[in-house]
Design a protein around this ligand. Sequence first.
Ligand code: ZN
Ligand code: ZN
Length: 72
Amino acid sequence: MRGATGFDVSVPSGPTSPPPADLASLFECPVCFDYVLPPILQCVNGHLVCAACRLKLLRCPTCRGPLGISAI
Ligand SMILES: [Zn+2]
Ligand SMILES: [Zn+2]
């Protein structure tokens, strides 16, 4: 005879990997609030804008400075 209670209280050890916090700090487009994916475009002051919004913008939405041209 084995076990006194027959009640096992072992905690199920699932995947304990924390959520990737780096994803939360990805660059966000200030216009459409979508993630800015490469090729990342910057204004002269380093503000980021996604490629889709870049096509609609003549100036940086943040500082109204001229937007740089991507090096592609
Ligand atoms: Zn955008
Ligand atoms: Zn700017």
